[in-house]
Write a protein that binds this ligand. Structure first.
Ligand code: OMP
Length: 261
């Protein structure tokens, strides 16, 4: 364990059994929870990122398991709900109520597509409900993205950084303790952006998925040791394989991966 000051390890919770039925889904989720209960005290950074889609796919029964999951871990962990939400402000308020009011989670991933006003709303609500534990990660340069007509979206990553910085300076002016609340998603395979001067000077927090199953290079972790930004690397399938391996294999994966951090 290296304990880099600016780097966090996050467990992605994406239960995805090969045989898609609710019983298997619940068993897969409970396997994730057994690992958390077994290793909880030894985990360095207590950050969990459940992906809403897997829970939603089983309707109310899946959502009820998500509620059970969050209420069990929200005291001792920081919980970021990955759903890449957004909509016009009035509707976004309902999404935010789901995250912070219903689930009592601490953060979310969000699309910038609907503009600054919506991002501001998310930042403010997150600060109100989760305070310094809060994180809102704005999609900026994702691990998978367009190579076609839609590539303009993340080719404009500098503008996303700039918008987030401007909002932070307006929304949290004089509240430096909340600076880390605002973050961006930049895939671990996007080294040119991760090590860009623009990102380094932005002071934005970073969520950097892509290690493990998506094949980003594990060396990125040590390369980020001197990075000025807080960088959180989530790993899901690399540890849990969606719940399709046995507990011993999950434990071995977790131990092996934690050595990088
Ligand atoms: O926002 C995310 O977490 C995310 C952004 C991104 O650019 N790429 C990405 O894979 N993710 C999420 O990370 C999870 C996949 O993690 P792995 O199983 O570790 O590859 C899925 O829940 C994705 O939705």
């Amino acid at each position: 364990m290296k304990n880099y000051k600016n780097i966090n390890f996050c467990l992605g919770i994406d239960p995805n059994p090969t045989q898609q039925n609710f019983e298997n889904f619940r068993t897969a989720l409970y396997a994730h929870m057994e690992i958390l209960d077994f290793y909880g005290n030894n985990l360095n950074d207590k950050i969990l990122k459940p992906q809403l889609a897997y829970f939603l796919s089983f309707g109310s029964k899946g959502i009820s398991l998500l509620e059970e999951f969050v209420s069990r871990y929200n005291e001792n962990y920081t919980i970021i709900i990955d759903a890449k939400f957004n909509d016009i402000s009035t509707t976004l308020k309902a999404y935010l109520h789901f995250i912070f009011g219903t689930l009592n989670a601490h953060g979310l991933t969000i699309s910038p597509f609907l503009g600054e006003q919506t991002l501001q709303l998310a930042f403010e609500e997150c600060a109100k409900k989760a305070d310094r534990k809060g994180r809102v990660y704005v999609l900026c340069a994702t691990s998978e993205s367009s190579k076609g007509d839609l590539s303009f979206i993340d080719e404009n990553w500098k503008k996303t950084l700039q918008a987030c910085q401007n909002l932070r300076n307006t929304v949290f002016s004089g509240q430096e303790d909340l600076n880390k609340l605002i973050g961006v998603v930049i895939g671990a395979n996007r080294e040119n952006i991760l090590f860009s001067d623009e990102l380094k000077s932005s002071e934005l927090s970073v969520l950097s998925p892509g290690l493990g199953a998506q094949g980003a290079d594990w060396k990125i972790i040590s390369k980020c040791a001197q990075h000025p930004n807080e960088i959180t690397f989530p790993v899901s399938r690399g540890v849990f394989a969606g719940g399709n391996i046995n507990l011993e294999q999950m434990k071995d994966n977790l131990v092996a991966i934690q050595r990088y951090f």
